[in-house]
Design a protein around this ligand. Structure first.
Ligand code: SF4
Length: 389
């Protein structure tokens, strides 16, 4: 088993590598190809089933100077798309043979159009996830979309779509989600053993490693943290909500934890956990994958909420499940899905007397003092007055 320090070091090296060296090395072998996907949810099973490597694309953080990306977008949108264009135009994504754009918001829709203009010969697919969660409409639509994607990617990969291969891929990603659920449960129960700054890096490694390699890494990390004899500290338990698409800088996660908070639930890399149940392995694997999305997609800002007041009730439920003391709403600046949901989520939380604070970040934020002060004051106020500062 690899040591904990070695796992975290490897995950950090993968996180910092904006040239995607591990993906390039994987693609160097004869006949191997990679397909990128943006946040939030992409059906990675389909990419894997045609023998391609799924690669999560998350922007260049503060390590990438935006020169070409700014020419494509107005100033009042989030940072992610300009960063992705910069990665593309600088040649860092040239190893990709396909790119998927999940239907998160208009920004991603526009980005997919720009991508097609810039790379007209690359397979590009805008993945419009269903908003009507009913088998006869949304279910039928999503299965058709998945089938179209399977055939399109199979052509890129030069293989014939194979039902058994897709069933095996469904099984592999069931295991991936199981180990991630186990990691999240372990952090919720013993956050002093499993700091989010490490957990996040391990999950980020899963965005570029083949799932089989990630499974080994995640299991080794889980076992290593279980053996940790760290003791609980005097920190408050918080949920960090809203960071589901453009990812916060690692420094922000560290800052929240070092300001006296244990993060016990979050929205980071949400696509990894969006399906909350295993995909059944019997029957038609495409239908099984589509049906699992319909029945078991986690409520989030990328999905329409059908239940009246569902968004208002959501945070109280999450706080109860995570045994949290409060919520930090942390969303990317100009993120419509997160910031339009925030008033409803926050109103519901405050109606349930849950302490909350809110701030906005950008993936290239490099200064964390103001976040440290806010999170530190929040933590102290909960300790002293249960958040009623
Ligand atoms: S961060 Fe928000 S606004 Fe930006 S691409 Fe993602 S969902 Fe859309």
């Amino acid at each position: 088993m690899t040591s904990r320090a070695a796992i975290v070091d490897r995950a950090l090296a993968l996180y910092e590598d904006l040239d995607f060296g591990s993906v390039r090395a994987w693609c160097a072998e004869e006949g191997r190809k990679a397909a990128g996907y943006l946040p939030v949810y992409a059906p990675r099973e389909i990419i894997h089933a045609v023998g391609m490597l799924p690669v999560g694309i998350h922007g260049g953080r503060d390590r990438l100077e935006i020169i070409r990306g700014d020419a494509f977008f107005q100033s009042y949108i989030c940072h992610l798309p300009r960063s992705v264009i910069e990665l593309l135009q600088s040649g860092r994504l040239d190893m990709l043979s396909a790119m998927l754009f999940p239907s998160t918001c208009d920004v991603i829709r526009n980005l997919s159009g720009m991508w097609q203009v810039l790379r007209p010969n690359l397979y590009t697919r805008y993945c419009d996830v269903p908003q009507v969660l009913e088998a006869g409409t949304g279910g039928r639509f999503w299965r058709q979309e998945l089938e179209t994607l399977l055939h399109g990617l199979a052509e890129v990969a030069g293989v014939t779509p194979d039902v058994e291969a897709l069933r095996r891929s469904n099984a592999v990603y069931n295991e991936v989600r199981q180990v991630i659920r186990a990691l999240y449960a372990a952090r919720r129960d013993t956050p002093w053993r499993l700091p989010t700054e490490e957990l996040y890096l391990v999950l980020r490694a899963g965005e570029v490693l083949p799932p089989e390699a990630f499974l080994q890494m995640a299991r080794d990390y889980l076992a290593a943290t279980a053996a940790d004899d760290a003791r609980p500290r005097d920190r408050v338990r918080v949920i960090v909500a809203g960071a589901f698409c453009e990812q916060p800088p690692l420094g922000l996660i560290k800052t929240i934890e070092r300001a006296g908070c244990y993060i016990v639930d979050d929205d980071f890399l949400l696509g990894n956990r969006l399906l909350t149940a295993d995909v059944p392995l019997d029957g038609d694997p495409l239908s099984a994958l589509a049906d699992t999305f319909l029945r078991h997609a986690m409520p989030s800002s990328i999905l329409y909420e059908h239940a009246p007041d569902g968004k208002k009730r959501l945070m109280a439920q999450r706080v109860a499940d995570a045994r949290a003391d409060g919520i930090i709403f942390a969303a990317p600046s100009f993120c419509d899905p997160a910031l339009l949901d925030r008033p409803m989520l926050r109103a519901g939380a405050e109606a349930a007397d849950i302490p909350c604070i809110a701030f906005q970040y950008s993936e290239n934020t490099g200064q964390f003092q103001q976040f440290r002060e806010q999170a530190g004051t929040f933590s102290d106020s909960i300790k002293l007055w249960g958040g009623q500062a």
